[in-house]
Design a protein around this ligand. Structure first.
Ligand code: KIV
Ligand code: ZN
Length: 514
């Protein structure tokens, strides 16, 4: 007998983007959206259009790009203007969904919204009705449902269904509940709310107590048929339910849960790496499914067991999440065909006229590095993507340092008006000196708050990937990344990248009210 289908609603581009420093531009969101389609998600929450012109544009462009491959969803509060703007942004989508809702816990009603329960229900009903005048597919969220009075939650959900909601989302917004409680909450709604059998029940869990995945799964066990999640579990504060954990749990324990998803699990690793590269949020090594140690066996007893029979210590075949090693390793002798073949296998697309540039970059890298692995190609393509959005471009960087000596850097940047700007500075170390010199050319106030460097692949000639975060004068956080076999060059690229993002950023207008 066919198992029930659980819909996977990905909110990496909306809730995930709410992680500090994870803001993405439209081109980056489009790249992730394309990968989410390959991954087979059912719904892509593409943004919160009223919050900024950038979010509006991203939702529009993603709607165009995705076609009928997935539902494209836009978030709105239960505010007419939000809903109208969401509908306008979704005009390009073949399968549009408006996601609207309101807070339902006492804390949200009394402290944030300062309205009565009756007013909240009236606003919710009006919002769902308005949304239904634009689209047939309307999802209603009852924010902070995990801490709400269950009787009021019932009343609210019943009213939203009667007003025309087709999916009802029960968020544990603050990550407060435990699996038993959250499962019981869903079961209770399913057994007592009028009309609940005619709609999809969704769960949207946050990870403040580390329960997001467990709570979402408890919701599924109790009958929820949509899970809202993000790649690598990124999101507000401690994050959201992680897509890869839920999907692999449902798959590995299919007899226990009795449900399927439409996810192409072989695409999980690539999606995880792409999101980490674009957002600059590293995946912790011991993270389930996608951490670099998730399939690493260190103790002698474990290694012996796995060599005798993989399943002794491994419940998931790494190949199922796309971790099978590539048979092809590219070198400076690899031709254009080998490169284009491997890039296409990795899911990249390009217009023919661009390929000469891709090949040149590849040869430049292959000259510095004996073997070019998939991760190197991913870093190379990400670097090209960043170049497309540049305001200032790093032309050259030269440092002198040592002991004794004063670390000194000379930097040349190409400005947007075509001028070549050169300056020099000294600092406490070579990276500090480079950042001082760049700051003399681009005097945008930005405080460096995080600096991390990691090797893209193994080996002494590996590229270093530098990820930094800077804080602007108004407290916003921007991530910058750069990859190069010389980590000083990678550091300079990362700083210029962060400053470029800061310069072109548009301040969000209402996000702080969410
Ligand atoms: O966590 C939450 O409650 C949300 C809603 C806007 C769905 O993200
Ligand atoms: Zn959320």
């Amino acid at each position: 007998m066919a198992a029930d289908r659980v819909l996977i609603f990905d909110t990496t581009l909306r809730d995930g983007e709410q992680s500090p420093g994870a803001s993405m531009n439209t081109a980056e969101k489009l790249e992730i959206a394309r990968q989410l389609v390959r991954l087979g998600v059912d719904v892509i929450e593409a943004g919160f259009p009223v919050s900024s012109p950038g979010d509006f544009e991203s939702v529009q462009r993603i709607g165009l790009e995705v076609g009928d491959a997935a539902v494209v969803c836009a978030l709105s509060r239960a505010v007419p203007k939000d809903i109208e703007v969401a509908a306008a942004a979704l005009s390009t989508a073949k399968r549009p969904r408006i996601h609207t809702g309101i807070g339902v816990s006492e804390s949200h009603l009394a402290d944030k919204l300062r309205i009565s329960r009756d007013t909240a229900v009236e606003r919710a009903v009006a919002a769902v009705r308005l949304a239904r005048t634009f689209v047939d597919d309307v999802e209603f969220y009852a924010e902070d449902a995990g801490r709400a009075d269950p009787l009021f939650l019932h009343q609210m959900i019943e009213a939203a269904i009667a007003a025309g909601a087709t999916t009802v989302n029960i968020p544990d917004t603050t990550g407060y509940t435990y699996p038993e409680e959250f499962g019981a909450l869903i079961a209770d709604l399913r057994s007592s709310v009028d009309g609940i059998d005619d709609v999809v029940v969704a769960v949207h869990c946050h990870n403040d107590l580390g329960m997001a995945t467990a709570n979402a799964l408890a919701g599924v066990k109790a009958g929820a048929r949509q899970v809202e999640c993000t790649i690598n579990g990124i999101g507000e504060r401690a994050g959201n339910t992680s897509l890869e954990e839920v999907v692999m749990a449902l798959r590995q324990r299919r007899t226990y849960f009795g449900v399927d998803t439409g996810i192409v699990t072989r695409e999980i690793t690539r999606t995880s790496r792409l999101v980490s590269t674009i957002t600059g949020i590293a995946v912790q090594p011991n993270k389930a499914i996608v951490g670099s140690n998730a399939f690493a066996h260190s103790s002698g007893i474990h290694q012996d067991g796995v060599l005798k029979e993989r399943s002794t210590y491994e419940i998931i075949d790494p190949a199922d999440v796309g971790l099978a090693g590539s048979a092809i390793v590219l070198t400076a002798r690899s031709g254009r065909h080998a490169l284009s073949h491997r890039l296409a296998e990795l899911g990249y697309e390009w217009v023919e006229a661009e390929f000469d540039g891709v090949y040149e970059d590849f040869l430049d890298l292959a000259d510095r590095k004996k073997e070019v692995f998939d991760e190197d190609l991913e870093a190379l393509m990400a670097d090209r993507e960043r170049r497309g959005e540049e305001v200032y471009h790093l032309e050259q960087v030269h440092v002198s340092c040592g002991e004794p000596g004063i670390p000194t850097a000379t930097v040349e940047l190409l400005a947007p008006d075509g001028q070549h700007l050169v300056d020099a500075a000294h600092g406490t170390g070579p990276v500090d000196a480079v950042y001082m010199a760049i700051s003399r050319i681009v005097p945008e106030p930005a405080e460096l708050i995080e600096f991390a460097v990691k090797a893209v692949t193994r080996g002494i000639d590996a590229q270093g990937e530098v990820t930094i975060r800077v804080r602007s004068e108004d407290g916003r956080i921007f991530t910058g990344r750069g990859a190069h076999t010389d980590i000083i060059v990678a550091s300079a690229k990362a700083y210029v990248n962060a400053l470029n993002r800061l310069i072109v950023s548009v301040k969000p207008s209402v996000a702080e009210e969410m």
